[in-house]
Design a protein around this ligand. Structure first.
Ligand SMILES: [Zn+2]
Length: 641
């Protein structure tokens, strides 16, 4: 372990570390009771007792939710707000500028304000389960660092539902299965930590302890809509336990007292991945881990969110850490926060056995090809996608390849693979990015939940501590510059090259089989330059590709292909038939309320990305994805490479 080395200005360090627990201990806590018993009707309720002094007071709800990278706290869904003091209702007025603030006047003699509020919840709930992210119900004094506001949470859930959370239950009771009608009380914390401590509740609930030899303790808490889904397959339990051991070996530290993977399996509650310091909120479809095909698209979910406990929660870019949830977060270093997590999450997915090494390579090919065929990179740098992150979350498919969206995830993955293979090459494979992670993410050794901000300069210094190199230039060139092509150096130095073949890879076919249940559509991106859904509606057109040159546009619907009514088979046949000859592919498309003809001049057949081994180079990719620990294998479903 190294000693603390901060590049942050001294004043920042005082702000972040000079104001810890003692202040909390002296102030009486806000008491908040969350009532989830109306979950099936999409309503959460809360009652809060807020310590106050007489006079003007401003209360606020969270706006910049950590991990979401955007200023969209749930204020628009907060309803039924009533403030009372001494049994009398108090008038309130919303701030005219900051719509998350409530102003009111506390009468003389009043020391506790009661607030009731409801939240309309449309995500992460179903008839059988709920995930409470506390920002849905939080209300606390404005203009105060949230770390300095003590709060004691309690929760009520429907009778018979189990509870999973990293919060510490107190006062006895029957956690994780509360008695009917009981309120489960948790130990006092602060508003920053409570926002970081979601609660999973569900009727079909299982808590699985993981890797008992590892300290601190880890649990996988699962709730599902169908009771059989919460009984996870042995292969998933083994992979998750392997993940705990692999992360322990990779990061050589922990920054939590306990860790809970919270997982929902539901077609209603939505797909989700939101990191927290001592837990993560993970959601997959109902059958998301039911068999290996379905697991592949979700293979990196738990490894990614778990990695964030180190990279993102413990170590956070200075601009992304603010003292409250009202100050805008700055995303310029998201290619580290998310991009390096994307890389490490995928590596850990392979090391832990959620996917095979071959599947890792197929998924890497998929991601690298997507980036390389992304014309928006001709005008926009990766850094710009990070700076603009808050306006690029879920922006829609239309011309997405020309705009780009949160490309800092996958671009970051390629850059960190580039760095990993470079370190291996410079050291004859004696060192790797793992050595850098043990410097950067393990500073200070084991800690409880803590946020330690970093700057670009500290990142570069730590890379240099792992292996001396001109890392600043390396990163600037790949992140800040306009690069018309994706960074494929890591793949090539890793012993492979990106190529295209006429058939989708085995992994791509497995994903298609899994997705067919959910109607995910067809991918002609690397051939005619179209992404379309099952009914022929065009989701996106590759800028400057063959379909773009034929003037096709997102939102149009293909009605006929070469004289036949549209079907996936008809389009596949037409692309194959046009290969190597002069005949164009003739389409009839519906554009709004009109019908057009379009002829696509394309003759190279179907093309799907794959990584091809280059025998003359070391196979670093397989070195990178090899487990560091002895993996646990599930008895029934051993994966073979
Ligand atoms: Zn992430």
């Amino acid at each position: 372990m190294r000693t603390w080395q901060f590049s942050a200005p001294a004043a920042l360090i005082v702000l972040f570390f000079g104001s810890l627990a003692p202040t909390c201990a002296q102030k009486p806590p806000i008491l908040i009771t969350a009532d989830l018993r109306d979950t099936p009707r999409k309503l959460f309720h809360a009652d809060l007792e807020i310590p106050v002094s007489p006079g003007q007071i401003t209360l606020i709800t969270p706006q910049w939710i950590p991990g979401t990278h955007q200023p969209l706290g749930p204020v628009s869904n907060i309803t039924g707000v009533v403030f009372t003091a001494g049994g009398k209702a108090l008038e309130w007025r919303r701030d005219d500028v900051n719509l998350y603030e409530f102003h009111l006047t506390v009468p003389a003699g009043v020391t506790t304000l009661h607030a009731h509020l409801d939240c309309i919840v449309t995500e992460r709930v179903s008839q059988k389960l709920a995930v409470l992210e506390w920002e849905d119900l939080l209300l606390y004094p404005a203009n105060t660092p949230v770390r300095e506001i003590p709060i004691q949470p309690s929760i009520k859930v429907p009778d018979g539902w189990g509870i999973g959370t990293a919060l510490i239950p107190i006062g006895g009771g029957s956690y994780p299965f509360p008695a009917a009608g009981a309120t489960t009380q948790f130990a006092a914390t602060n508003v920053e930590q409570l926002e970081d401590s979601p609660v999973l509740a569900g009727q079909y609930f299982h808590e699985f302890p993981l890797a008992p030899a590892i300290t601190p303790k880890h649990y996988l808490d699962v709730a599902s809509d169908d009771p059989e889904d919460a009984n996870l397959r042995p292969a998933i339990l083994a992979a998750t336990a392997n993940l705990v051991r692999e992360a322990d070996a990779l990061y050589a530290s922990h920054h939590y007292h306990v860790y809970h993977f919270l997982l929902t399996l539901s077609d209603v509650a939505g797909e989700e991945g939101l990191e927290h310091g001592q837990s993560s909120d993970n959601g997959v479809r109902e059958k998301g881990y039911a068999d290996h095909d379905h697991t592949i698209p979700n293979a990196e979910l738990l490894p990614h969110e778990f990695t964030h406990s180190w990279n993102g929660k413990y170590r956070r870019p200075v601009g992304l850490y603010q003292p409250d949830f009202a100050t805008p977060q700055q995303g310029a270093l998201l290619w580290v926060y998310e991009g390096m997590t994307q890389y490490l999450g995928n590596v850990l997915a392979a090391r832990s056995g959620f996917e095979t090494q071959a599947e890792y390579r197929d998924l890497l090919a998929r991601s690298a090809a997507r980036l390389d065929y992304r014309p928006g990179r001709e005008w926009r740098s990766t850094e710009d996608t990070a700076i603009a992150a808050s306006v690029l979350r879920e922006p829609g498919e239309t011309w997405d390849n020309w705009r780009r969206n949160q490309d800092y995830y996958q671009e970051g993955e390629l850059v960190w693979l580039d760095a990993d293979t470079l370190i291996r090459k410079l050291t004859s494979n004696k060192k790797s990015l793992d050595d850098f992670e043990r410097i950067f993410l393990a500073k200070g050794g084991n800690t409880g939940p803590l946020i330690v901000p970093y700057t670009f300069d500290e990142l570069v210094a730590d890379l240099n501590a792992a292996v001396p190199y001109d890392w600043a230039t390396f990163l600037h060139e790949r992140i800040d510059d306009i690069n018309p092509h994706a960074d494929l150096d890591g793949i090539e130095r890793g012993g492979y090259k990106l190529a295209f073949q006429a058939e989708p890879s085995a992994t791509e076919q497995a994903i298609t089989r899994a997705h067919s249940r959910y109607q995910r559509g067809m991918d002609y991106w690397y051939s005619i330059g179209l992404r379309i859904n099952d009914s022929g509606e065009i989701e996106d057109v590759r800028w400057d590709g063959p379909a773009d040159k034929a003037r096709l546009a997102p939102g149009e619907k293909i009605i006929a292909v070469d004289g036949r009514i549209f079907s996936a088979d008809a389009l596949h046949s037409a692309i194959r038939a046009a290969k190597g000859n002069a005949e164009q592919i003739h389409l009839i498309v519906q554009a709004d309320s009109f019908v057009n003809m379009a002829d696509i001049d394309y003759h190279d057949g179907e093309r799907y990305p794959v990584l091809v081994r280059v025998d003359s180079t070391p196979d670093y990719l397989d070195d990178i994805t090899r487990p560091l620990t002895t993996p646990e294998k599930a008895p029934a479903e051993q994966q073979s490479e």
